[in-house]
Design a protein around this ligand. Structure first.
Ligand code: NAD
Length: 493
């Protein structure tokens, strides 16, 4: 297999540079915890340099013909597609995602997102408001300025496209900080963006730690907006830190997705879809269907099939094309996920499957957790309320639509949720009543560059994707023209 190609320095003003103090941090492969790279660590001085580069680049980028901006974003999509084998390898090494997923899903979804937003700059239309006679009032969507983007470790490559795509299409310049665990694919994207012809300073990538680089970005007076994806705890810190210059904020935070299976559902489809909902990406997904709610009358039948499927998921080296589930992304996270098995048991829950590391001697060095299915004692147990963010699903049962809706909505989170039924009326009624930004009926975890992605309640605010994202990255600017208005004097003399 070819050696993975990726840069390891900060990317500022189209150059790969060391950190001002020469500092680096280590990035590990979660499959065997071997060292993958020493990456330059951005601190305050480096963020200042990146913000200055982005600020200097902003006027020309914002005033470039929209279609020319689109051409560049399209070239970036082409470059990533051409680099598919390499960038999928980088992502699998860095995150532990199976190569079959990074190669077929993550890279291709990333390319599709850039392509979608490549077509957006010249469709970022404003409007004309029918105001008083004699006036023309037009509203343009203008870029916000320098945008700080802070990304988590669960889908680094894909989330980079969700954020860079609309921000650049709208005419903003960007300072992006990847999670300290997984900075490598974004550095490769930066390299490809330079080759594609992006002007210096439009995209800057500053890997570093949250409490230093991330916190400083949130406070920085030279950054006009922060788009953040990560935990609700960090989201709150960013709200506080951003008050100094009243930054615009977009917060994509945690989730605890309800996945409801009604008695009239197609059971086999629901079993497969529910396994994908929780076990894809090792359960490290904000929208994971981590609360599985089964109608009493089909619960036993469903669970038997669901457990058999979960037990058959093939764990292994992410680089093996037959691997269906890789390791979690870090040792610390592996321990955290496993600790929730004790939390479940302490509150009277029962581990129906998994709940530990796999026995396979070949997997002992990696951050693996077996697919885990837990029966909670009560839906108020901690495992039903807190986000575990691993291959860990908690099962409960219900007897009526009202009961399951109350269970589903009894959460601080409101990001994604699903339901399985063949009853059309029930499907739409329940979907409408679910307190969540996204609902999937007879499917789970579908998304598209055009469809809004984001949550309500403690899952944050703002939306990625589509025209919704273009609005997140622009301000409406209202311009009044008096072409024939008769304005009586306000101070008649
Ligand atoms: P995290 O909040 O710990 O870190 C996310 C990013 O924020 C990282 O880049 C980190 O370095 C940075 N950060 C940490 N502290 C910071 C601070 N004080 N100021 C500024 N930045 C800081 O989250 P995580 O553990 O990396 O990711 C998992 C979380 O992300 C889960 O809660 C998951 O649900 C959430 N998530 C949400 C979405 C969504 O779209 N809603 C998508 C994916 C993940």
């Amino acid at each position: 297999m070819a050696e993975a190609q990726f840069p390891t320095q900060l990317f500022i003003n189209n150059e790969f540079v060391d950190a001002a103090d020469g500092g680096t941090f280590e990035v590990f492969n979660p499959y065997d915890n071997s060292l993958l790279a020493n990456v330059s660590e951005a601190k305050h001085e480096d963020i200042d340099r990146a913000v200055k580069a982005a600020r200097d680049a902003f006027p020309a980028w914002a005033n470039m013909s929209p279609s020319d901006r689109g051409v560049l974003i399209g070239k970036l999509a082409d470059a990533i597609e051409k680099d598919r084998d390499n960038i999928a390898l980088v992502e699998s090494l860095d995150t532990g995602h199976p190569i079959r997923d990074t190669h077929n899903l993550d890279v291709m979804r990333t390319v599709a997102t850039y392509r979608y937003f490549a077509g957006m700059p010249d469709k970022n239309e404003g409007t004309v408001i029918p105001v008083d006679t004699g006036f023309l009032n037009y509203v343009q969507r203008v870029p916000i300025g320098v945008v700080g983007q802070i990304v988590p470790w669960n889908f680094p490559l894909m989330f980079t496209s969700w954020k860079l795509g609309p921000a650049l299409a709208a005419g903003n310049t960007v300072v992006m900080k990847q999670a300290e665990l997984t900075p490598l694919s974004t550095l490769r994207v930066a390299e490809l963006a330079r080759e594609a012809g992006f002007p210096p300073g439009v995209i800057n990538v500053v890997p570093g730690f949250g409490h230093t680089a991330g916190q400083y970005m949130a406070e920085h007076p030279g950054i006009d907006k922060i788009s953040f994806t990560g935990s609700t705890v960090t989201g709150r810190k960013i709200v506080e830190a951003s008050a100094g210059n009243l930054k615009r904020l977009q917060l994509e935070l945690g989730g605890k997705g309800a996945n409801i299976v009604f008695e009239d559902a197609n059971i086999d489809a629901a079993v497969g879809g529910s396994a994908f909902a929780i076990f894809h990406n090792q359960g490290q997904a904000c929208i994971a269907g981590s609360r599985l709610m089964l109608h009493e009358s089909i619960a036993d039948q469903f669970l038997e099939k669901f457990m058999a499927l979960a037990a058959s998921i093939k764990q292994g080296n992410p680089l093996d094309p037959s691997t269906e589930m890789g390791p979690l992304t870090s040792k610390m996270h592996q321990e955290r996920v496993l600790s929730f098995c004790d939390v479940a048991k302490e509150q009277g829950g029962e581990i129906l499957l998994g709940g530990r590391k796999p026995d396979d001697p070949a997997l002992q060095k990696g951050c693996f957790v077996l697919p885990t299915i837990v029966k909670a004692n009560s839906t108020s147990d901690r495992v039903c309320r807190e986000e575990v963010f691993g291959p860990f699903v908690v099962v409960s049962t219900f007897n009526s639509d009202e009961e399951v809706l109350a269970q589903a909505n009894d959460s601080i989170y409101g990001l994604g949720g699903g339901l399985w039924t063949n009853n059309l009326t029930r499907a739409h009624k329940v979907a409408r009543a679910m307190e969540s930004g996204m609902v999937w009926i007879n499917c789970y975890k579908r998304f598209h560059p055009g469809s809004p992605f984001g949550g309500i309640k403690d899952s944050g605010y703002g939306r990625e994707m589509g025209h919704f994202a273009m609005h997140e990255y622009t301000e409406p600017k209202s311009v009044w023209v008096n072409f024939d208005a008769k304005i009586p004097p306000f101070y008649p003399r």
